[in-house]
Design a binder for this molecule. Structure first.
Ligand SMILES: [Fe+2]
Length: 311
């Protein structure tokens, strides 16, 4: 890992807006540049928000996915960033099969696997297992190649609560003040699993993970490999500092950038029923699992798809 000692001029001393929340109109651009609205032939799209989140109706995900349908779903994923499929009740194998149309499945040694190595089970609320998914984050950005996306199915849903929220990080980038965009253009940041995961393990269990996952640098603004959109790519769970910047200034700027995921206009919130499936683009979004349902149980199973190196 290279650490730049002298920050570029644009990263020095420029002011950060005080709290990141602006009044007034926001730029809410759902489609990438050059894309036009095109109808979907194979399913119905019911938007849940202006820029992010759509329910896909008329599909049974346990059925084989032909190439044309896979392409149409991929277009919907790129346009809406997170897709919801109601009442699917997929077997773990069907969930895996569906996800494999987007790439190899990721295994994550930091998370206890559920029904298999690549299906991670989150069983929360009723027992002693604490939940820490209620912080805005993208998954596994501490990896050199963070996940492309994930397919999550809810098996058991609490009587009330347990929603998940997602935020569109292209919208977050679009709305940054010009002076902030200038400061972070070309900047990189360090990502490390320690802030997100240290609480789960003692130092002796952490040590081997630290060898597997040393800190990595990613661009603060990443370009989507399929749409070319610029997206803010720092998050509270894993981004520890902006490369080459004084600690205090890095903390201040990072805190401002991470807070952009909190802006309601960039978000969608999904209320689960058992068997519902969400498929999100982890390159373009952050998510937050609302922790409001204890002592009731919430059981989710997730498979993640391997991604590429952010640029
Ligand atoms: Fe997550």
């Amino acid at each position: 890992m290279t650490v730049v000692d002298t920050p570029p001029a644009a990263l020095r001393e420029a002011p950060v807006p005080p709290d990141g929340m602006y009044e007034g109109p926001r730029v809410l651009r759902r489609l990438p540049d050059g894309w036009e609205e095109r109808p979907y032939e194979r399913f119905e799209v019911a938007p849940l928000g202006r820029v992010i989140g759509a329910e896909i109706r008329g599909l049974d995900l346990s059925r084989p996915l032909d190439p044309a349908l896979r392409e149409e779903l991929n277009r919907a994923l790129l346009e809406w960033k997170v897709l919801f499929f109601r009442g699917q009740h997929l077997t773990p194998e069907a969930q895996r099969q569906f996800a494999r149309h987007w790439g190899e499945l990721e295994t994550n040694p930091l998370l206890a696997a559920g029904s298999s190595e690549d299906v991670v089970r989150f069983d929360k609320g009723s027992g002693a297992t604490p939940t820490f998914e209620n912080v805005w984050h993208a998954d596994v950005t501490f990896r050199e190649r963070p996940a492309l996306g994930a397919v999550l199915q809810l098996r058991e849903v609490p009587p009330v609560g347990g929603d998940t929220m997602w935020a569109d990080m292209a919208a977050a980038y679009d709305n940054l003040p010009a002076e902030v965009k200038a400061r972070i253009d070309g900047a990189t940041a360090v990502h490390d699993f320690i802030p997100g995961f240290a609480r789960f393990y003692g130092p002796e269990r952490l040590a081997p993970f630290q060898e597997t996952f040393p800190p990595v640098e990613h661009p603060v603004v990443r370009t989507h490999p399929e749409t070319g959109r610029r997206m803010l790519f720092v998050n509270t769970s894993f981004t520890t500092r902006i490369t080459g910047m004084e600690r205090a200034e890095s903390d201040r700027l990072l805190s401002f950038l991470c807070r952009q995921a909190h802006v309601p206009e960039y978000q969608v919130r999904f209320h689960w029923q058992p068997g519902d499936v969400a498929f999100w683009d982890n390159r373009a979004t952050q998510h937050y699992a609302v922790n409001d349902y204890a002592p009731h149980r919430r059981v989710a199973e997730r498979v993640a798809i391997e991604g590429d190196r952010p640029f």
